[in-house]
Design a binder for this molecule. Sequence first.
Ligand code: UT7
Length: 310
Amino acid sequence: MRAGIIGLGRYLPEKVLTNHDLEKMMDTSDEWIRTRTGIEERRIAADDIDTSDMAFSAAQMALKNAAVLPEDLDLILVATVTPDSPFPSVACRIQERLGAKKAAAMDVSAACAGFMYGVVTGKQFIESGVYKNVLVVGVEKLSKITDWTDRNTAVLFGDGAGAAVLGPVSGDRGILSFEIGADGTGGKHLYQDEYIIMNGREVFKFAVRQMGESCINVLEKAGLKKEDVDFLIPHQANIRIMEASRQRLELPEEKMSKTIHKYGNTSAASIPISLFEEVEAGKIKDDDLIVMVGFGGGLTWGAIAIRWGK
Ligand code: UT7
């Protein structure tokens, strides 16, 4: 028996911050941001919307789409580096609001790779037969840890949430293989002091190398080839990094998810938001082979090969 994704949800704040808005706030240009990153605009959560509010909305939608009741959830994992407060966790906050009384709940801290870490963790509980329904949320309110005077980072990030309900699936469907990893020696390249501090070039080099390698590794582990892949969902960090992964898999442009132009880098939320949008647009169909891949501060990385469907 394999674990798979049986329902998806997402939440995006209403407020849109465009590159042109940023031009008025700092020494940058729409042209620089678009050509170097692929970002055109991003969403910013209102002051009275915190991380758990976004997580709750995305979770509610995922549960509805999965036709799973909150009281039937066994475990809630929330991947975030921007919790409302260190404790209680965002997972505990939404456990209360959902009324998921029997669910264990904890946050996962693996930065932009957090959703991958969460899905891989949830899969273990389902496939060992211990739990049936696991909710995994990737959510960030990065705007609250962004230095709005630092053009190196402020132009990149956005707020949002994506959620997936994991459960047992039938036949050949479900998570076929995964890879998660970390290299703490690279922690100095991307971290939070008060605000996000980043050595963009070092992170870029790491991301290009690691995303490509992780994609190939999960295919090998599943006994599959590049040509078997129907769709790639890369972490939406920078279009140039995403393109490098796509080229490594030799996929045509239309087989890679691209939401970065609308939402920027939403860290742990970027993969589930993109997945939600591709499924909703009908681009991902039952039995398609999907590769998801992410990387982030830590440094961390994670990839999953999944055969779509319940
Ligand atoms: O989820 C993980 C989070 N992090 C990432 O994914 C980041 C990975 N890294 C990147 O995406 C890229 O390295 C960046 C987009 C951050 C930067 O692109 P780059 O092509 O590596 O540019 P650079 O850092 O080499 O900077 C080139 C120039 C510099 O000017 P000089 O020194 O050549 O005169 C920067 O000061 O661009 C300048 N610059 C900017 N100019 C206008 C840096 N940021 C900006 C900006 N607007 N926002």
